[in-house]
Design a protein around this ligand. Structure first.
Ligand SMILES: Nc1ncnc2c1ncn2[C@@H]1O[C@H](COP(=O)(O)OP(=O)(O)OP(=O)(O)O)[C@@H](O)[C@H]1O
Ligand SMILES: [Mg+2]
Length: 410
């Protein structure tokens, strides 16, 4: 399936006494990428002030809130000239403003409501996507871009200790064993583990070596800074000390990833559990986000929050793959239970591996020491997934530069 292009989500403020009465999402649109709820307004008094502050694309106003008056649209237009008013009727006392950009029944299905919102906002599902992140090279055919650019794969979780670094080290190694040119970047800029996991602790340079040059990176210096694992993965290690991590800016990362993407088939990024601007930037431009969760209830809750965050960043659902990792020998929850709770399909479940500690201590990934074991076999599903996606969709990397700067201005 062709990848949908990125376009900014329609920002909708929902004015209703309680959010559940506005059926914006149903199970099939839970992670739709075109509408973002930017604010909830739960009292009639706050509608005008909040709309002025939020300046949403669309104000979705329930008649149950009891906002009076035929002049509502005019007042809103004065406060938020670009905001369209969509009114939901059928539950209030007949006092809802009758002049609106669109009026719809509360009972309308989510899909219809979303269509009305899109139309009010001047979008339709048939619109060509505007060039929201228009750094692409228009005269370069997609197939050429795909051939030249690496796929960027971020391994991420909202919770620490769920196995991100283990997955990143094993995935990069598995891809390299297949013959791919693989770069692995440790984005745990304060406490990186990749040196230990791949037995590269003695390597003298790290991402710190190439930090500080703003938006450029010297290709030769970058090349020299990278370590090489036993299986041929080129690794850019985390800085030697936590404070040195601050030297790496969003612009540095952009330059580094851009350079690496020219010379590799895959750039795998291990990430910290906490969110910060640099990591959000990377999530936004990645071709694939592997969201890792363990079976623990807090991890599942954090995965749910992360899925919402990715949705609000406008990241398409097909860029995200969910990996469940059994970090403990026994878990009471099943894969199906978690997929249901997250309303997101599980790409693969990685089994608990008793020899994991041995693998970590030896600095040799399980895909090398136990290639026929359960963990390596289930990780293979991820390798195949990436290969399939590679065949079917062009790389995103050419859009990097513009989207990065547009959002954060660095
Ligand atoms: N499938 C598994 N079987 C057994 N142990 C595992 C498995 N996956 C991870 N572990 C263990 O869980 C611990 C945490 O793994 P890891 O360091 O990869 O997590 P992380 O998500 O990168 O953590 P952080 O957010 O702190 O960077 C490690 O001790 C690792 O050996
Ligand atoms: Mg880690």
């Amino acid at each position: 399936m062709a990848r949908e292009q990125l376009r900014p989500a329609i920002r909708v403020a929902v004015a209703a006494p309680y959010p559940e009465i506005v059926a914006l999402h149903d199970s099939s649109t839970e992670y739709a990428d075109d509408v973002e709820v930017c604010g909830m307004i739960s009292s009639a008094d706050a509608v005008f002030d909040q709309t002025r502050l939020l300046q949403p694309d669309v104000l979705l106003l329930s008649d149950e809130l009891g906002v009076d008056g035929a002049d509502t649209l005019a007042r809103l237009t004065a406060l938020a000239p670009n905001t369209k008013l969509v009114v939901l009727v059928g539950r209030g006392q007949g006092r809802a403003p009758v002049i609106a950009d669109a009026v719809l029944s509360h009972d309308a299905p989510a899909a219809e409501l979303r269509a009305v919102i899109a139309e009010a906002a001047g979008r339709s599902s048939h619109d060509a996507a505007p060039p929201a992140h228009s750094g692409a090279q228009p005269d370069v055919p997609a197939s050429t871009v795909a051939a030249q650019r690496a796929r960027t794969v971020v391994v991420f979780s909202g919770k620490g200790g769920v196995g991100k670094s283990i997955v990143a080290a094993n995935l990069a190694t598995a891809l390299a064993k297949e013959g791919a040119r693989v770069a692995l970047v440790d984005l745990n800029l304060q406490y990186g583990d990749m040196g230990v996991l791949l037995h590269l602790e003695g390597h003298p340079s790290s991402i710190e070596t190439v930090a500080g040059d703003g938006q450029t990176v010297d290709a030769a210096v970058l090349e020299g800074a990278m370590a090489r694992s036993a299986e041929g993965v080129r690794v850019l290690l985390a800085p030697s000390s936590p404070e040195a991590g601050d030297l790496v800016t969003a612009a540095n990362l952009e330059a580094i990833l851009g350079e690496l993407s020219h010379h590799h088939d895959y750039v795998v990024l291990d990430s910290p559990a906490h969110l910060e601007e640099r990591i959000i930037n990377v999530l936004e431009v990645a071709d694939h986000i592997l969201l890792v969760s363990s079976f623990g209830i807090t991890s599942v809750k954090d995965a749910k929050t992360t899925l919402r965050l990715l949705q609000s960043l406008g990241i398409e659902r097909d860029r995200v793959a969910l990996l469940l990792n059994r970090t403990r020998p026994r878990d009471s929850r099943s894969e199906e239970e978690i997929a249901r709770a997250l309303r997101f399909p599980v790409l693969t479940t990685l089994p608990y591996e008793a020899r994991m500690d041995e693998s970590v201590d030896s600095g040799r990934p399980l895909v090398v020491t136990e290639p026929g074991g359960g963990f390596s076999k289930r990780l293979r599903v991820v390798v195949d997934h990436l290969a399939r996606q590679r065949d079917s969709a062009p790389a995103k990397a050419s859009r990097h530069a513009t989207s990065w700067r547009l959002r954060f201005g660095r």
